[in-house]
Design a protein around this ligand. Structure first.
Ligand SMILES: Nc1nc2c(c(=O)[nH]1)N[C@H]1C(S)=C(S)[C@@H](COP(=O)(O)O)O[C@H]1N2
Ligand SMILES: [Mo]
Length: 328
């Protein structure tokens, strides 16, 4: 239920519907989201952890259950503390613990995503516009890193196709390129030459239009923590994690396959497609098994990696007739 605050003039959720901690810690973000109409009518009781309270670290970002086939899993959700502290976000350092330690400098507001290239309606979308573009859905996806670990994360967002339809790609648009912010002042990792900044990723247009491709704004019922790619990122559940580009500032529609950051860094190790595939090894290690973060005790078994990260029924037809060893 929404009530109108007497002293502030802002509409805010009834106090009983939100954890007190989030109310004051995330208050400014929360008010902004509500001013943008995002939280209006949202159900704060999330389903992702069967009644478990949300972490209360960031502003609430409630979402309805997704109707997209394959967007849910019965697997155990990774603990928030693991998902928010074991990260790759090279703009903040190459160690897994660097992003959580360093990303506090990332300024996520104001935030504008520029959509350009081969579209009939190019334009700039600020975060509030993006948040309002489509209803917020909750999706529980596996994220599988090329380094052999995986997590199960409840994401909040909506299909990227909602934005793509809005900007009307031209017939000549065959690929979509995504560009991360590259700000030397706030991203210490940019001093290293490990990647050619800005971080660039790409999808074929039909992959980008696939309903499972998520434009993500939150996780665990809250807005994304900075280290996970706030305020807006991609989540492409059937591809290796590096395709899920964080903190996006530009989306460009192009004719030719984009030159992606990891492909430029090591083309023989990171192909354009990077579909999760247990039969195609990374040149330096196997991709047949994975370690689920949170299960890494002495006796924890490695899991067998599934083709397309287990999303074969949903996305297999995108690659019909393609040699997946050639197009790795
Ligand atoms: N801009 C940017 N996006 C990025 C990365 C990065 O270094 N920079 N790392 C990628 C990799 S390798 C992985 S596995 C996922 C990890 O996402 P998570 O930290 O939210 O779990 O983010 C991807 N997106
Ligand atoms: Mo990764």
């Amino acid at each position: 239920m929404l009530i109108r605050g007497r002293d502030t003039g802002f509409t805010h959720p009834h106090a009983s519907e939100i954890t007190p901690r989030a109310l004051y810690e995330g208050r400014r973000d929360l008010l902004k989201l509500m001013a943008g109409g995002v939280l209006a009518g949202g159900a704060l009781g999330n389903t992702w952890a069967q009644g478990t309270a949300r972490p209360g670290k960031e502003a609430a970002l409630p979402a309805g259950k997704s109707a997209v086939a394959g967007a849910m899993t019965m697997e155990k959700v990774t603990a928030y503390k693991d998902a928010a502290s074991y990260n790759n976000f090279y703009e903040f350092g190459t160690d897994k613990s660097d992003p959580a330690r360093n990303a506090h400098t990332l300024k996520t507001s104001p935030w504008v995503v520029e959509v350009e290239g081969l579209v009939k309606k190019p334009g700039k979308f600020d975060l509030e516009q993006l948040l309002k573009l489509s209803p917020m859905e909750e999706r529980i996806y596996r994220l599988r890193c090329v380094e052999g670990w995986s997590m199960v994360i409840p994401w909040e967002g909506y299909s990227l196709s909602e934005l793509i339809k809005r900007v009307e790609p031209q017939g000549s648009a065959k690929y979509v390129e995504f560009v991360t912010l590259a700000d030397k002042a706030t991203m210490p990792g940019l001093r290293s030459g490990v990647l050619d900044w800005p971080y660039v990723e790409g999808l074929r247009l039909d992959e980008a239009m696939h309903p499972l491709t998520l434009l993500g704004f939150g996780m665990y019922g809250e807005v994304l923590p900075r280290q996970n790619g706030a305020p807006v990122r991609l989540v492409v559940p059937w591809k290796y994690g590096f395709k899920s580009v964080k903190s996006i500032v530009k989306i460009r529609f192009v004719e030719k396959e984009p030159h992606t950051a990891w492909n430029k860094a090591a083309a023989n190790e990171y192909g354009f497609y990077s579909n999760v595939n247990p039969d195609v090894d990374h040149p330096r290690w196997s991709q047949a098994t994975e370690r689920r973060i949170g299960e890494d005790g002495l006796f924890a078994k490695k899991r067998k990696t599934l083709l397309f990260n287990g999303y074969e029924a949903q996305v297999g037809q995108l690659y019909a007739g393609m040699d997946l060893k050639q197009n790795y």
